[in-house]
Design a protein around this ligand. Structure first.
Ligand code: NAD
Length: 267
């Protein structure tokens, strides 16, 4: 498993499940977001990605989307700004002439072993990006999302299992679950479905970046507590997003799809 691999299996055959759809994915430049982007494109969707400027994976992701014969749009910006989110949605709607699928996925994760050592700034940054960013993008996108649209929020196994070293992060991931469920109920009358994906440990740049680990063997250690005994690869997450975005999930809203190597989760 490579951190900058294409994140879609050669054997994944699109069948037009998202033909003609237009999607926006925050953090779609790398990791799980890139996997969702490439699977959406292979299923026939045009895909815009919103990402942090300092990340250099965006151009490659757009190249891979266009290789699928779909339109790609890269928008650099920080989701913790409501103005950035408003502008990003406006740009997507103008360029793609609509929006059908929103994936809230951009996230940060800082290791914090001791609550007393967490600074106000560190705590606030988690809230700004992992919670506020999700809210800002949904609010901006809603006027453009019609009946049959889908919103998918990337949460985490840590929302359910807790993690003593990821206090702020786990707090935000649990908040995303409350947001998902309440939003699903609010939007059901508009015919918009809202669901979450809760990944277990996945081999992405998020892990080495925040844990200071660069050795794949060491990163693989992070997956040793899953029943499958390994980390997931982003390519194993992409199909979950396709399912929730597509008509296949027409009777599914307010739910969580756990993609975590077999851990049984209550909730
Ligand atoms: P990643 O680092 O590969 O991707 C995250 C992307 O988010 C970055 O590339 C960046 O462009 C974007 N981003 C970060 N802050 C941003 C900001 N302020 N504004 C705009 N974009 C921003 O990591 P990933 O592992 O693919 O993470 C994606 C999501 O999956 C996150 O929400 C994360 O919490 C969740 N998740 C990851 C794992 C895992 O083990 N990798 C497990 C559970 C949940």
């Amino acid at each position: 498993m490579q951190p900058h691999a294409e994140h879609i299996r050669a054997s994944y055959r699109g069948s037009g499940k998202l033909a003609g759809k237009k999607a926006l994915i925050s953090g779609g430049d790398s990791g799980i977001g890139r996997a969702a982007a490439l699977h959406f494109a292979r299923e026939g969707a045009d895909v815009a990605i919103l990402y942090l400027e300092e990340h250099d994976d965006a151009n490659e992701t757009i190249r891979l989307i266009e290789k699928e014969g779909r339109k790609g749009l890269a928008i650099a910006g920080d989701v913790s700004s409501s103005q950035v989110c408003n502008d990003a949605v406006a740009q997507v709607v103008t360029q793609f002439e609509g929006l059908d699928i929103l994936v809230n996925n951009a996230g940060v994760q800082m290791v914090q072993e001791d609550i007393e050592a967490i600074s106000d700034e560190e705590w606030q940054r988690h809230m700004d990006i992992n919670i506020n960013g999700y809210f800002y993008l949904v609010r901006a996108a809603l006027p453009h999302l019609g009946k049959g649209s889908a919103i998918i929020n990337t949460s985490s196994i840590n929302a359910f299992a807790g993690n003593k070293d990821l206090l702020a992060y786990s707090t935000t991931k649990a908040a995303e679950m409350g947001f998902t469920r309440s939003l699903a109920l609010q939007l059901v009358s508009r015919g918009i479905r809202v669901n979450a994906v809760a990944p277990g440990p996945v081999w992405t740049p998020l892990q080495p970046a925040s844990w200071g680990i660069v050795d794949p063997q060491t990163v693989a250690e992070l997956g040793k507590d899953t029943p499958m005994g390994r980390c997931g690869d982003p390519s194993e997450l992409g199909p979950a997003y396709v399912y929730l975005a597509s008509e296949d999930a027409s009777f599914v809203t307010g739910q969580t799809l756990h993609v975590n190597g077999g851990k049984i989760i209550n909730g």
